[in-house]
Write a protein of this length. Structure first.
Length: 254
């Protein structure tokens, strides 16, 4: 089975949605992973444009003040996840991705219990062990992911997050990635990064030090081959960087 590649679009940048649909119609990409920002809104015209496109919704994350593990963010976090679920239904999206959050495991588990009825569509995204601002993250390796995911939500597996977590816990990242595959991820996130830095980077593929032969082999062996490219977009109004990263990844021989 061929790999199905997706575009990550931040909801505020609606100008890229029509261009994304055109690339999907040309079979360059297969789907859109859409971040529903706190003030996200689509008019009826954009909803119609997206009606025949495969979509995955990504709930707003820590950068937007959404964190299932922070007690002081609970009300806002729940509100934003509910809003994301509404858009998931309205746009007939297949999944909703939620970050595993930071700080307090019990708070995060309580918040997730509120969405147990949606566990067929909610995917938890694994995290690095240490966040950008030095915060301790949840769900960074198999053990911590199991402790959080007692309701058995699906997994959105971010290779970069797992590699950064491996550096923090002083383990071989290939072993950690292989362990995560027992959860049979529904979708993957790919980007590059350095192996001497624990915090998240999301570099262009080829600009870092990750073993993309290994990563591609893992994806090819997986049951679900949906891969969202999460690389930098230097021109926020163009998808040329995404296309270049796609071509680079496709050119890797295994």
């Amino acid at each position: 089975m061929n790999i199905n590649f997706g575009l990550k679009i931040i909801g505020d940048n609606k100008g890229l949605l029509a261009e994304s649909v055109k690339l999907i119609e040309k079979s360059v990409f297969r789907y859109i992973e859409l971040i529903v920002t706190p003030n996200f809104y689509l008019n009826s015209n954009l909803i119609n444009i997206l009606s025949n496109v495969k979509l995955i919704i990504h709930a707003p994350h820590e950068n937007y003040g959404v964190d299932i593990g922070k007690i002081e963010r609970k009300n806002f976090t729940i509100k934003m996840i509910k809003k994301s679920l509404e858009w998931t239904e309205k746009l007939n999206a297949e999944y909703l991705v939620i970050h595993c959050g930071t700080e307090d495991l019990e708070v995060a588990k309580k918040n997730l219990r509120l969405f147990e009825e949606y566990k067929d569509i909610v995917l938890l995204e694994n995290m690095p062990a240490i966040g950008i601002n030095g915060e301790r993250c949840l769900g960074y390796d198999v053990e911590s992911f199991k402790k959080l995911n007692v309701l058995n939500f699906g997994l959105c597996f971010d290779f970069g997050h797992a590699i950064k977590a491996s550096l923090s816990i002083n383990r071989n990242y290939m072993e950690v990635i292989s362990e995560f595959m027992t959860f049979k991820p529904k979708i993957f996130h790919i980007s590059d990064g350095k192996l001497d830095k624990e915090t998240d980077e999301h570099l262009n593929i080829g600009d870092g030090e990750y073993d993309f032969v290994f990563i591609k082999e893992i994806i090819q062996k997986s049951e679900n081959k949906f891969v969202t490219i999460e690389t930098p977009r230097y021109n926020q109004n163009s998808l040329e960087d995404d296309i270049r990263n796609l071509k680079f990844f496709k050119g890797i021989r295994i």
